[in-house]
Unconditional design. Structure first.
Lengths: 339, 293
């Protein structure tokens, strides 16, 4: 790290902290008290810590999704919609399985459908890009809007479970273990096995990009499309593959919500994690461990925002997320990200 | 009667989209990818409602919206032009900032995270029916008239004036523009501020039409406006026509949904689906400003 770069990072961190204190102060609270509350509500207690990890879980998946597409110089701003598609597919398949389905069948089945749901949406954007040259930023934004409308309708109408405004519960065998069941200290938190799965997925992603032919094609497309085409890599097919894989990762965030925390799908479940995933991917610098740390940071921020909600509106701390996103983009200007 | 209601709804639904897409055209013609239209709409709506509630004047509300948009555009320029950060990321961040910031400010100012108090409405209709009141409401909102005027002015600015040519030069070939002595960063900053102000006026229309601010009331319109920019091939008038068309689709949704004959999910999904198809079908022919990348 050059000295200038280090200076930029320090300046960016200072700017984010200033933004945080400013928004807290504008909301009429004492920054010191808010910070103390935030720390107490996250790293200060085992429950808060587990909750922060739970908030980080979907971000592991969406961060990985955005980072994978970025390696092919594709900007997947559709992790939002792809996650909604994953939640939907996971909940529908999970509820349709026979009641006594053993977990060895039910869990993989649900995971596969979550991945397929996200991959369908991402792959469509990739196909439009490869076939017609449609800008993927635009198509994924439209698909986000489309998915939001469709799931709101489905959860409020056709898929509604009687008087409840959510879908039918998935079968018992499809639920993945909650951390609270194993560790007394984590009881009541939303932390579940999807967190561990997400970490594994990040490691696999690192291996896939660095060591396999498919990963090589994706990186080649990202670094030099002309050269990639010249050595026989089909740009259209690689684009579809990168976007479908990216969508699958975003869709798998649904496992945290449907198989872990809730056991069903409902309106608003999984929304917001796609856009935050962009910040996670950028902050993580595209490296698996970087993404994991960035997801953790945003998880602490999200849980911390809830912890201080009585004093400061939790939205004031989303402003901090936006400031972090800009700070990361400024520090990383000219690297990795297509303008 | 249905036709009158529909016309009123087209006018009020198309105006925010037209103004937002014009803001997008001005920014992108200068060579800056503009995804923050959603955020501009929200900020404009919020500023207009806060100023309207405080002053009771529509003019002050509009000025406040334009000012908020210009400031947001300046913020965009600081990061995307002067610090050369990715414009896509800055756009996403400004959208996040607008959603969360307005909601937090709503809580602090009015003690509710979902909506503001209602703006006082003008004197009640005299014996006329609901449909005509709706039309009169639409026609007496100044933004409905401001939108076509601004579109015409922007078209003239871009095609007939030196400043417009310089702006376009920055979007087509910034190096050549710089070599000709055009201060590229400054021109782009001006374009972003102007674009922000115009798009935020579209937000003012949303707030004035709904007589108040509702959290996240832009509801994806900014993203539809982004599509209108591309469908209109970065020309003010064409983009406005597409935006008005998309607006008419949403108005159709509002009119038919109240009649209850067509499932509203289809109609709500329609603008997004048709826009996606149109963008896919026309993207081969589109010729973007070269510096957009």
């Amino acid at each position: 790290m050059s000295r200038l770069r280090a200076l930029e990072v320090v300046a960016a961190a200072a700017a984010v902290l200033t933004a945080m204190n400013l928004s807290v102060w504008l909301a009429g609270a004492s920054p010191r008290r808010v910070l103390a509350l935030m720390l107490a509500g996250t790293v200060g207690s085992s429950y808060g810590f587990a909750q922060a990890l739970a908030k980080a879980t979907p971000l592991l998946w969406t961060g990985a999704a955005v980072a994978l597409a970025l390696r092919a110089k594709l900007f997947n701003v559709g992790a939002e919609g792809q996650c909604l598609a994953g939640v939907l597919a996971c909940a529908v398949v999970g509820a349709a399985l026979p009641a006594g389905a053993p977990w060895v069948l039910a869990v993989p089945c649900c995971l596969a459908s979550a991945a397929a749901g996200g991959a369908a949406l991402g792959g469509l954007a990739g196909w439009l890009r490869g076939r017609f040259g449609t800008n993927e930023v635009l198509s994924t934004l439209m698909l986000n809007g489309l998915m939001a409308v469709v799931v709101t309708w489905l959860y409020g109408g056709p898929l509604r479970d009687g008087a409840q405004v959510h879908t039918r519960d998935v079968v018992a065998g499809a639920r993945i273990p909650m951390a609270g069941a194993a560790l007394r200290a984590f009881r009541g938190s939303g932390l579940n096995a999807s967190f561990a799965l997400g970490l594994v997925a990040l490691a696999v992603l690192g291996w896939y990009l660095a060591r396999t032919r498919g990963g090589l094609h994706i990186r080649a497309l990202g670094s030099s499309p002309g050269t990639a085409a010249a050595v026989g890599i089909d740009p259209a097919r690689t684009t579809v593959r990168a976007m479908a894989l990216s969508g699958a990762l975003a869709g798998l965030a649904g496992s945290h919500f449907v198989l872990g925390v809730k056991g069903y799908a409902e309106h608003g479940l999984g929304s917001g994690v796609g856009f935050t995933g962009i910040a996670v991917a950028l902050l993580g610098g595209g490296r698996p461990w970087g993404i994991a740390l960035a997801a953790l940071l945003f998880g602490v921020l999200a849980q911390g925002a809830l912890a201080v909600n009585a004093v400061v509106p939790s939205d004031a701390l989303v402003v901090v997320q936006a400031a972090t996103l800009i700070a990361v983009a400024v520090v990383g200007a000219g690297r990795a990200v297509p303008r | 009667m249905m036709a009158v209601v529909f016309l009123a709804q087209v006018l009020s639904a198309a105006t925010p989209l037209v103004l937002a897409s014009l803001g997008g055209v001005l920014s992108e013609r200068a060579g800056v990818t503009m995804l923050a239209l959603e955020g501009y709409l929200l900020l404009g709506a919020f500023a207009a409602v806060v100023a309207g509630l405080a002053s009771g004047s529509v003019l002050v509300a509009l000025l406040a919206a334009a000012l908020a948009g210009a400031l947001a555009g300046a913020l965009f320029a600081v990061f995307a032009v002067w610090r050369r950060a990715s414009a896509v990321v800055v756009g996403v961040a400004i959208n996040l900032l607008a959603v969360a910031g307005t909601r937090a400010a709503l809580k602090v100012l009015y003690g509710s995270a979902s909506n503001s108090p209602t703006l006082p409405t003008s004197a009640g209709a005299r014996g006329s029916s609901l449909a005509w009141t709706a039309l009169r409401d639409a026609l007496t909102t100044p933004t409905v008239w401001i939108a076509p005027v601004l579109v015409t002015l922007a078209a003239l600015l871009l095609s007939r004036t030196v400043s417009g040519l310089r702006l376009t030069a920055c979007g087509e070939h910034p190096m050549a523009a710089r070599a000709q002595g055009v201060p590229v960063a400054r021109v782009q900053t001006m374009a972003l501020m102007l674009g922000g102000a115009v798009a935020a006026l579209g937000g003012a229309q949303l707030g004035l039409h709904q007589h108040g601010f509702i959290a996240a009331m832009s509801g994806g319109r900014g993203f539809l406006a982004v599509a209108a920019v591309i469908l209109g091939r970065w020309r003010p008038v064409r983009a406005a026509v597409w935006a008005a068309g998309i607006g008419a689709l949403s108005a159709l949704e509002a009119t038919l949904a109240s009649s209850g004959q067509v499932p509203s999910v289809l109609l709500q999904a329609l603008p997004f689906a048709i826009t996606l198809l149109a963008v896919a079908g026309r993207s081969g022919k589109a010729r973007a400003p070269a510096a957009l990348a």
